[in-house]
Design a protein. Structure first.
Length: 123
């Protein structure tokens, strides 16, 4: 799945203080499919690891096995590999400044991301 497949919800309250969210505790979002039937989208499929300023860090439950994190922002999204070092994998819609800020957020929460990955996917 492409890193831009999930856009941040603009109705979510943004704060400057990081907010840690335990994987698997999301409420889900109600969406409409092509036939206008209500579908519940489980946030367990894309658990939020942390919110920091305008960034939401998350991963998809059924994506590739190499450890990485997606970073959503109101303007776009980026994907960062975490090993062997933090590196930009791809991005869409973010400026160079926003990408630098996103990478700083990833670096500052690296241990939390790795712990959440291990907790979600197992050892």
């Amino acid at each position: 799945m492409c890193c831009c497949a999930l856009r941040p919800n603009p109705s979510l309250k943004r704060t400057d203080a990081p907010k840690r969210i335990k994987p698997g505790t999301g409420n889900g979002q109600r969406l409409l499919n092509e036939t206008s039937e209500a579908v519940v989208y489980s946030t367990d499929m894309a658990p939020t690891i942390v919110r920091d300023g305008q960034f939401r860090l998350f991963f998809f439950s059924r994506e590739e096995t190499r450890i990485h994190v997606h970073v959503a922002h109101v303007d776009g999204e980026a994907k960062f590999w975490l090993t062997p070092q933090v590196a930009l994998a791809n991005h869409t819609g973010l400026s160079a400044t926003q990408l630098r800020q996103a990478q700083e957020v990833v670096n500052s929460h690296l241990k939390e991301i790795q712990d959440a990955w291990t907790h979600h996917f197992g050892g």
